[in-house]
Design a protein. Sequence first.
Length: 168
Amino acid sequence: MQLKEIDKKQYRSRLNVVIVGCIVSLAVLSLSLSQTLIYIFPSESGSHFHWNLLGVIVSAIVVGMTLRKLKSHPKMFEVAYIWDLKHQLNLIYRKNRKLLAAAEQGNKDAMLALQFNYQGSRQLWQLDDNTITMSSLNKAQAQLDEWAKQYDAQLDISDYDSQLLKSF
C-alpha cells in the first residue's frame, strides 16, 4: 500500500454519508426483518428477543456485504483508502515491539515499516483531527530518524510492502 494525498473536507463529507447510510440501513432493515418475523412466527409468551436479534444480525451482514461491494466505487475512494490504511497500521501495530527491537539493531525493513506506520498515522490523525498524541508520534519519529542516521538507512516509504512484516 502506498500513502496518497486525501482531501480532508471530501473525506469527512463522504465518511459522514457512509456512517448515516449505515445507521439508517441498519435501523430500517433490522426493524423490518424482525417485525416481519414476529408477524409470521408470533410468540405466545410475548418475548420476541430471538427474532429481534436475528433481524439485527441479518441486517449487519447485509450492510457489511453492501459496503464490501461498494468499496471500489469512485465515491468511496477516500473512505476505502482510510479503511485500508487503518488495516495496514493495525498489522504493523501488532508487530510493533519486534519492529522496534529490530530497528534498534539496524534492520532496514523494520525501520521502513515503522516509517510507514508513523507517516500513515500522522496522515490519519490529521484527517480525523486527532492531534492530541502527535507529540508522542514526533518523539518516536525522532528516535527512528536517529537509528536511520546511525545505520545509514535511506527510508523511502514508497518501498514499503506489507510482505516484509512476515519476517517479524
